[in-house]
Design a binder for this molecule. Structure first.
Ligand SMILES: Nc1ncnc2c1ncn2[C@@H]1O[C@H](COP(=O)(O)OP(=O)(O)OP(=O)(O)O)[C@@H](O)[C@H]1O
Ligand SMILES: [Mg+2]
Length: 634
């Protein structure tokens, strides 16, 4: 993870860039709104000063009246403009929020899979979420933070104008401190009075930021624990685990620790903040006090008119007010900037779909050969090999079974095949071209996969099978028949339209784990991809159902290439080719018969299971399954 930026300016710029990327007009409009809002008090002061000067100069009545007329007109225009600017700025803030939301969601959908899973992505995402959730998030930062910051910049511009006027106002030679006011040192003193508090301010804010950054990291971590806790507890499926293992105590204890650590840090950070924001505040007040003294002396010495004194004091007062307003909330703004800057980290993560552009040749003959060439793989943030030196060719039309103990690398092999991760060493090719070179979406369209931990949507059965709102009803039924859930779905009150679970619809129904798996298998079948992969999608199925489904699936996919993974070795013994994995390595390769003929892991695993599973049973299941397959094929 990139170290959080302790440089205040860079952090504000990072957030400004995030805003400008989604709406380039938002910040200029906010600036214009700040200018219009601040212009009214400045105009009032300028008018009073001008009036005093005009009276002292004995202006004629018509000239005085036109001064008043000009003031009232300008005031009317500025007041109306300020109201309009505020409304326009609010509209753009709304737009920025909407676009950021949309951009965040689409980023989550397109982010590369390893990044999606990585701890740094979770941290950036948590930062973004917290930034948008706390104290009004981006809305508040734009309408208060940036608004106040722009006001300071504008007020500083007016303050510079005051300085220029003051250093040009020479006093009488006999006046008090005339040497100071008329000499070359006065402008330098003015600049010094401006710069010293700025330096003190920058120093204080910098120190505060170091504390702030540490605090934010801690809070994000605590918050991740809390987000995990609340979504875990919310999930209906976690109910049994929590209740039966009294996991509430575990969860609450971990939660309490995280909250305490986060709170301790928060107060430490806040106290540090208070301490550091007080210092620049005092410095600004001292500056203004000294300035008033100087202006008073300068006026007494005849260096500046009484009207100018009024304007100078008024403008500096305004400047002090805007600076105070900004500084008193700077901790709060910086806090939001700290979180919101994670948007740039988050949006900068690489998109999966950006890589590869070769189209996948659309072959009617389904001639696809996939080859792993000396592939080794470590998961991100892990230093053990999940796969080591795997060389394997998947021939067209082949039925490949992958077996091996838990953790031997079977699922990892499929993840790499699906391009969800890239090999750490070696290459995977499709028809002799590195799979990375193909357009990702096109490449993945070749694969129909049911993962071990498959997921269903809370949408209708048909939408689950088709993974789309548009579906071919006849094919959905066919897929359900292959997966052996057709009758169950036909008996549901709303048939294919029945939503799964009541998460989105009160008429939804709950189904068993095995039925859910069957629907996931139907989805892979429906996709009609040339390569189908079942990564033990049948763990919740009884052995007879599993055997029947595998056989039926196999009979019906015709010339397609298929990879079957199962711990029930009787289900995969029919495969033309069986590869055995152990500790990430491919240790055996053959048919059931050749592998059984020699001593080795396959024979040991098979015999261990066979004790519970007789040849007779297998024969009966085979007969049932092929009869069922014949019925569907007809
Ligand atoms: N996301 C991950 N991050 C880090 N390590 C992982 C991850 N997923 C799996 N592993 C590790 O990689 C190794 C291979 O895991 P894999 O899931 O491929 O095994 P498997 O053969 O599919 O096991 P099973 O039969 O239990 O499904 C294991 O040591 C596992 O702990
Ligand atoms: Mg697995």
């Amino acid at each position: 993870m990139k170290k959080p930026n302790t440089n205040l300016v860079r952090r504000y710029l990072a957030v400004a860039k995030v805003v400008a990327d989604v709406d380039p007009a938002a910040l200029p409009i906010e600036f214009a709104a700040a200018l219009l809002a601040i212009a009214v008090p400045y105009l009032n002061i300028a008018f009073l000063g001008g009036l005093l000067i005009a009276l002292a100069d004995h202006w004629a009545t018509p000239a005085l009246l036109s001064l008043l007329g000009g003031f009232l007109t300008a005031r009317f225009v500025l007041t109306a403009g300020a109201a309009w600017g505020k409304k326009l700025a609010a509209d753009h803030t709304e737009l920025v929020n909407e676009r950021l939301d949309a951009k965040t969601t689409s980023k989550l959908l397109t982010i590369s899979y390893p990044d999606f899973q990585s701890a740094s992505m979770r941290e950036a995402y948590e930062g973004v979420r917290r930034g948008t959730a706390m104290n009004g998030g981006m809305t508040s930062l734009l309408e208060n933070g940036f608004h106040d910051l722009f006001s300071v910049v504008i007020a500083a511009g007016f303050a510079v104008g005051v300085f220029v006027t003051l250093v040009r106002g020479h006093v009488r030679a006999t006046a008090l401190a005339a040497g100071l006011f008329n000499g070359p040192g006065y402008p330098l003193l003015m600049v010094g009075l401006l710069v010293v508090p700025l330096v003190i301010g920058a120093w204080a804010v910098r120190h505060a930021n170091v504390r702030q950054a540490a605090m934010i990291q801690q809070i994000i971590r605590g918050n991740r624990a809390f987000t995990y806790f609340s979504s875990f507890v919310e999930d209906f499926l976690h109910g049994p685990l929590i209740r039966l293992y009294r996991a509430d105590e575990l969860i609450l204890a971990i939660q309490r620790d995280a909250t305490k650590a986060s709170n301790d840090n928060y107060w430490y950070g806040q106290l540090g903040y208070l301490h550091y924001t007080l210092i620049p505040n005092i410095a600004v007040n001292l500056l203004v006090g000294v300035l008033y003294l100087l202006i008073g002396l300068q006026a007494l010495g005849g260096g500046i008119a009484i009207g100018t004194v009024l304007v100078a004091v008024g403008y500096l007062q305004q400047f002090m007010t805007t600076v105070n307003a900004f500084i008193s909330d700077v901790g709060w703004y910086n806090n939001m900037v700290d979180y919101l800057q994670y948007y740039s980290t988050f949006f900068a993560l690489p998109d999966a779909t950006q890589s590869g552009h070769l189209p996948v040749e659309k072959r009617t003959d389904n001639e696809f050969a996939i080859r792993f060439e000396d592939v080794s793989f470590k998961y991100p943030d892990s230093d053990t090999w999940a796969l080591r030196h795997v060389t394997l060719t998947l021939h067209v039309g082949e039925r490949l079974a992958v077996v091996g103990p838990n953790g031997s690398g079977k699922t990892t092999l499929i993840m790499l095949l699906c391009r969800l991760y890239r090999p750490t060493e070696g290459v995977i090719t499709l028809n002799d071209i590195n799979i990375d070179k193909y357009n990702e979406a096109e490449y993945q369209s070749l694969l129909g996969v049911v993962f071990q931990d498959f997921r269903l949507f809370a949408y209708s059965i048909a939408e689950n099978v088709a993974a789309s709102a548009d579906y071919d009803e006849a094919r959905v039924w066919e897929a359900l028949a292959v997966a052996d859930v057709k009758d169950r779905v036909a008996a549901m009150p709303r048939g294919l339209e029945t939503p799964i679970t009541q998460a989105l619809d009160a008429t939804g129904i709950d189904i068993s784990g095995g039925e859910a798996q069957k629907i996931a298998i139907a989805r892979a079948w429906y996709k009609d991809a040339p390569i189908v992969i079942l990564d033990e999608p049948t763990a919740a199925l009884d052995p007879l159902s599993e055997y029947a489904i595998y056989q039926r699936f196999d009979a019906l996919i015709g010339a397609k290439t298929a990879v079957y993974i199962s711990h029930r070795m009787s289900s995969t013994r029919f495969a033309q080719r069986i590869v055995v994995f152990d500790h990430g390595q491919l240790v055996q390769d053959g048919t059931h018969d050749t592998l059984m003929a020699a001593p080795g892991l396959y024979r040991d695993l098979f015999n261990a299971q066979a004790q519970y599973y007789t040849e007779d049973q297998v024969a009966t299941e085979r007969a049932t399954a092929s009869a069922a397959a014949d019925t569907i094929a007809e």
